[in-house]
Write a protein that binds this ligand. Structure first.
Ligand SMILES: Nc1ncnc2c1ncn2[C@@H]1O[C@H](COP(=O)(O)OP(=O)(O)OP(=O)(O)O)[C@@H](O)[C@H]1O
Ligand SMILES: [Mg+2]
Length: 159
């Protein structure tokens, strides 16, 4: 069985809707590794994810802060952006050991430090394929939580 699905979104709302779908179903310990070009829609995906988890506040881009934590939802959401990180040390210094697990962890530019990404992660790769069109590929290993991967397969089949 191929642990991968691809579908297309045609607006920022559709990408956020997929995020919301996962956020509504997210369990403690879920780790999502996001990759894709600048402006692909990674942060918009996370905005939808946060909504789905019941987070009310504005979810911005942690490009400069490296990490934002939201505690007002169903589970804590830890939103990282590795884009401006120069070394893994910077991440350990801001508390990766403490913050990089528990609740839901989502990392933009996860491919910058692949050794930090756990095997049970859900990988989401977004490709800019048009002005408002994005190809979203979701992949995972046999260690990923089965419930959420089934939901993802159902979602992809319907989109
Ligand atoms: N189908 C789509 N899905 C997501 N975003 C879209 C889509 N179509 C257009 N957009 C636009 O693309 C941009 C995506 O920006 P966003 O900040 O989410 O990207 P990003 O991948 O987080 O970029 P960065 O690498 O800089 O962090 C927004 O301006 C959004 O309105
Ligand atoms: Mg971003």
């Amino acid at each position: 069985m191929k642990n991968e699905v691809t579908f297309t979104t045609n607006s920022e709302k559709e990408t956020m809707d997929f995020g919301r779908f996962l956020g509504e179903r997210a369990q403690d310990g879920l780790f999502i590794a996001l990759t894709g070009d600048l402006g692909a829609g990674k942060t918009h995906f996370v905005q939808g994810l946060a909504k789905g988890m019941g987070i009310e506040g504005v979810v911005g881009s942690p490009t400069f802060t490296i990490m934002n934590i939201y505690e007002d939802g169903r589970l804590p959401l830890k939103h990282f952006d590795f884009y401006r990180l120069h070394s893994e040390d910077d991440l350990w210094n801001i508390g990766w050991e403490e913050y990089g697990e528990g609740g839901v962890v989502v990392v933009e530019w996860a491919d910058m430090f692949p050794s930090l990404i756990p095997e049970e992660s859900i990988h989401i790769h977004i490709v800019l394929s048009g002005e408002e069109e994005r190809k979203i590929t979701v992949s995972w290993s046999g260690k990923a939580p089965v419930e959420i991967t089934k939901e993802i397969e159902n979602y992809a089949a319907g989109h």
